[in-house]
Design a protein around this ligand. Structure first.
Ligand code: S3P
Length: 189
């Protein structure tokens, strides 16, 4: 039996290529909740890709759409939301998430993020940088204080998506979010 709070959204935040989408999908599957990719909702509404939105409206235009979309998505229940790397880095946005549900930070280093993202990643902030690793280091340093405000935190280096999901489910139970009966036992047990 869950309380209303048990159904509150789970938000995954963290730097680009920290695995939010892969982990979010898997986590939603385990909970039998809906997975929402915030960037995809923005792209579908704008009928443009993220690089096209950046090209047409600049980063500022993208951030406006991101804030408005997040505000709407946060009203839903039983969803796991993968947010874009910059989404929590506005007071308004991180407040929206912290108030609406539970927020988990998937941590990755700048070097690993750039390596995982690869070239032409579809992420203008990396693709357009002369030195992507330097750009990622600067961005991550500026964003860390926002990421650190998450309710929970998981390091991703050397862990499989399944291991990260298990860790998130464990942390969710500790903070009273997920009712035990909603979680399938890990296979093999
Ligand atoms: C961004 C991250 C991207 C996307 C956009 C901006 C950022 O999402 O929202 O390119 O500012 O870090 P991912 O974190 O899923 O790559």
């Amino acid at each position: 039996m869950g309380t209303a709070d048990d159904d509150a959204p789970i938000f995954l935040i963290g730097f680009m290529a920290s695995g939010k989408t892969t982990v979010g999908r898997l986590l939603a599957e385990r909970l039998d909740w809906t997975f929402v990719d915030l960037d995809k909702v923005i792209e579908d509404a704008a009928e443009k890709t993220i690089p096209e939105i950046f090209a047409a409206e600049g980063e500022a235009g993208f951030r406006k759409l991101e804030t408005a979309t997040l505000r709407e998505v946060a009203k839903r229940r039983k969803i796991v939301v993968a947010t874009g790397g910059g989404a929590p880095c506005r007071e308004e946005n991180i407040d929206t998430m912290l108030q609406a549900g539970r927020v988990f930070w998937l941590e990755v280093s700048a070097e690993e993020a750039v390596q995982r993202a690869g070239k032409e990643s579809g992420r203008p902030l990396l693709d357009d940088a002369a030195d992507p690793v330097a750009a990622a280091r600067d961005l991550l340093a500026a964003r860390r204080p926002f990421y650190e405000r998450a309710h929970g935190h998981v390091g991703t280096s050397g862990s499989s998506p399944k291991e990260i999901v298990d860790e998130l489910l464990g942390q969710s139970m500790v903070i009273g979010l997920v009712a035990n009966d909603e979680v399938e036992p890990p296979s093999g047990e």
